[in-house]
Design a protein around this ligand. Structure first.
Ligand SMILES: Cc1ncc(COP(=O)(O)O)c(C=O)c1O
Length: 477
């Protein structure tokens, strides 16, 4: 591709992206109308031997790829969690791609390391963490939690596990991890990878609001100690995946300190709300965590992937991960942070650039304003559910996700209710007008309305509610 062609198609694609963001996406179905394998069968079996013109490749993007895309950018995307990216973030991603740097060590791109240190410190201040916390960007919350589990393991075994492997732990002395029954699956995944073993993840009971019960946590830790097991790490969640429940950090920190556990806090989605003074109650006690992660790629206008990881013990990251082969040594090593030692991969994308663009282009006030809009829309939606005798809410709504289900007045049969709600979900998603997903809370099939796209306005939420009511009526319960 020569540079004239690059310029031509670059302009063309930026125009397309602008139109897509400026309402174009809204005319597309949120969820593609397709069956598994539909796209694969339209694609050639082999890569081309001969170069193809970019115009044809772009044409195929529109013809083949777009119809198979789930539009996370759609203002009526209410599934999973938001991926609310933004124009400034997209522009920064373009520059990141153009620079193509690999920020593995300071020398390999000083801008990547130093901008990351600075924007992470901005973020630390915005969410009110003490200066003793140092930040680094990880790809995902799952990776960040894995890093925390690895650091906790090394601290508990005095680095013997890193050196000796699993034989560092006596057969009858398992390292134990505690999290609530509502914690994200990344904790168990991390436990498997980090050598704790899935069976050593102890799930602690939750209260009526789906938050971890401190009393049950302490009872389980004591029981484990009596059995000669080694309580090692507590993973608390702010904003659980199913219902955005808030684990109470202060009493949990008391317990973690009493029993010498590493306390990691996973606030994947909810952490962005740390910018909002009115939600400060959620984060009380966070300053006592050993490590903390949240995802600006979920609710802070920053493109996937960008996970903010903070720790009071950067030395444990380095003691766990640092390896210093000759080919990576530089003369600046004593004066700089080499982020390859702050996480798992060696190579690192220049992710700080998009965060810097976003923080500057919106300012903290702009970000707060967006989150406040989503929070208010969620409260409106929750009120509509509460006011309809055929629907009910299944969890409190502290943030932007409303957990609810269709519950016709005269229908007592739980199995029938599960079926009705699964059917309603399917009809909603097949309409192409909205996309929402489900979970189970106390065994009940529960629909989740997660409000958090940048372009979602009150009209999108009220249209969605009208559609939910209408399709529910059509079910003829
Ligand atoms: C509480 C919580 N933790 C972790 C994750 C995983 O996030 P990531 O995709 O960044 O690994 C999620 C995503 O749903 C989540 O809700």
């Amino acid at each position: 591709m020569d540079i004239t062609d690059f310029r031509k198609h670059g302009h063309e694609l930026i125009d397309w992206v602008a139109d897509y963001l400026d309402g174009g996406v809204e005319s597309m179905p949120v969820l593609p109308d397709m069956q598994p394998g539909d796209l694969r069968q339209k694609l050639p079996d082999q890569a081309p031997e001969q170069a193809e013109p970019m115009s044809r490749i772009i044409e195929d993007f529109h013809r083949l790829i777009l119809p198979a895309v789930t539009h996370w950018n759609h203002p009526r995307f209410f599934a999973y969690f938001p991926a609310n990216q933004s124009p400034p973030s997209i522009l920064a991603e373009l520059l990141t791609a153009a620079l193509g740097v690999n920020g593995m060590v300071w020398q390999s791109c000083p801008a990547s390391t130093e901008l990351e240190e600075q924007v992470m410190d901005w973020l630390r201040q915005l969410i009110g963490l003490p200066a003793s916390f140092k930040g680094v960007i990880q790809d995902t919350a799952s990776t960040a939690t894995l890093c925390a589990l690895l650091c906790a393991r090394e601290r508990a075994t005095k680095q013997a596990f890193n050196n000796q492997g699993a034989s560092a732990i006596a057969d009858d002395t398992a390292l134990r991890i505690y999290c609530s029954t509502e914690a994200h699956s990344s904790v168990t995944k991390g436990a498997k990878i980090a050598g704790y073993g899935a069976k050593n993840v102890v799930t602690v009971d939750v209260d009526e609001a789906f938050a971890m019960k401190p009393g049950d946590l302490e009872a389980r830790i004591k029981a484990d100690k009596e059995r000669g097991l080694l309580p090692t790490c507590l993973v608390a969640t702010l904003g659980t995946t199913s219902s955005t429940a808030i684990d109470p950090l202060r009493p949990l920190a008391d317990i973690a300190e009493r029993h010498d556990l590493w306390m990691h806090v996973d606030a994947a989605l909810a952490g962005s709300a740390g910018l909002l003074p009115e939600l400060a109650w959620i984060f009380e006690g966070l300053e006592r965590a050993d490590s903390y992660v949240f995802n600006p790629h979920k609710w802070l206008l920053t493109n996937f992937d960008c996970s903010a990881y903070f720790t009071r013990h950067p030395q444990w990251l380095q003691e766990t991960f640092a390896i210093n082969p000759e080919y990576l040594k530089t003369q600046a090593d004593q004066q700089v942070s080499n982020h390859r030692d702050w996480g798992i991969p060696l190579g690192r994308r220049f992710r700080a650039l998009k965060l810097w663009f976003v923080l500057r282009a919106y300012g903290a006030e702009g970000l707060r304003e967006m989150m406040r809009k989503h929070l208010a829309l969620a409260q409106d939606f929750a009120a509509w559910v509460d006011a309809d005798p055929n629907f009910e809410r299944l969890a409190p709504t502290p943030l932007q996700t409303v957990c609810f289900r269709l519950h016709p007045k005269d229908e007592p049969d739980e199995q029938r209710l599960d079926e009705l709600n699964a059917l309603l979900e399917e009809k909603l998603n097949r309409s192409g007008l909205v996309f929402l997903t489900h979970t189970r809370l106390k065994e009940q099939y529960c629909l989740r309305m997660s409000i958090g796209q940048r372009s979602t306005e009150a009209s999108h939420v009220s249209e969605a509610w009208a559609l939910i009511q209408k399709l529910a009526q059509d079910l003829d319960y």
